[in-house]
Design a protein around this ligand. Structure first.
Ligand SMILES: CC(C)(COP(=O)(O)OP(=O)(O)OC[C@H]1O[C@@H](n2cnc3c(N)ncnc32)[C@H](O)[C@@H]1OP(=O)(O)O)[C@@H](O)C(=O)NCCC(=O)NCCS
Length: 151
């Protein structure tokens, strides 16, 4: 019997399983900012916006979502390989967007590595539009170790 898929807000109780999924997910660059204390701070600053999907007891998907009071941002959307193409990615994103809407945030952005063309195809398939009017620029603050090559 196929286990039922449930989607619930992510808590730190999900962290170890989420990290295990991220570690085996292609195109997922893990950085010092993904360490436990930073994800704990992220979830505390953005309560109820990030979600995990479970098949029965097993964590099979994640999405991190936050906002800055003006725009929303999605990160770390991942679905375990054997659970892909079943609508879980779409459902996780829908939950995050719905939570942003409830928080009165009306636009959301995300960044995709240029090498991850498949992800762009996925995002477009579920209604996101590509921006060719923007460059992305970044700067270190020195808060903790530089994350060479990271997003
Ligand atoms: C991208 C990812 C999250 C998609 O998850 P998923 O659960 O398989 O996606 P869904 O089943 O909800 O697919 C939603 C739609 O997108 C389509 N789709 C999914 N993956 C696709 C792909 N690689 N290329 C093109 N379309 C795709 C599906 O066919 C579906 O369309 P339909 O409903 O019209 O049939 C998953 O492939 C993944 O974890 N990839 C690796 C991590 C990653 O790249 N994350 C994004 C970082 S920006």
């Amino acid at each position: 019997m196929t286990p039922e898929i449930t989607i619930t807000p992510m808590t730190m109780a999900d962290y170890d399983e989420a990290m295990a999924l991220w570690q085996i997910t292609e195109g997922m660059g893990l950085r010092p900012a993904d360490e436990r204390q930073h994800i704990a701070r992220y979830l505390a600053r953005n309560p109820g916006l990030s979600f995990v999907a479970r098949a029965g007891e097993t964590l099979v998907g994640t999405v991190l979502c936050g906002h800055d009071g003006r725009r929303g941002y999605l990160q770390h959307l991942a679905v375990a390989k054997r659970y892909r193409r079943q609508g879980i990615g779409r459902a996780l994103v829908a939950r995050a967007l719905s939570a942003l809407r409830d928080a009165d945030i009306n636009k959301c952005h995300l960044f995709v590595l240029k090498t991850n063309r498949q992800a762009v195809d996925f995002w477009k398939r579920i209604g996101w539009f590509e921006r060719d009017d923007l460059f992305t620029l970044s700067h270190w603050t020195g808060a903790f170790d530089h994350e060479a090559g990271s997003g």
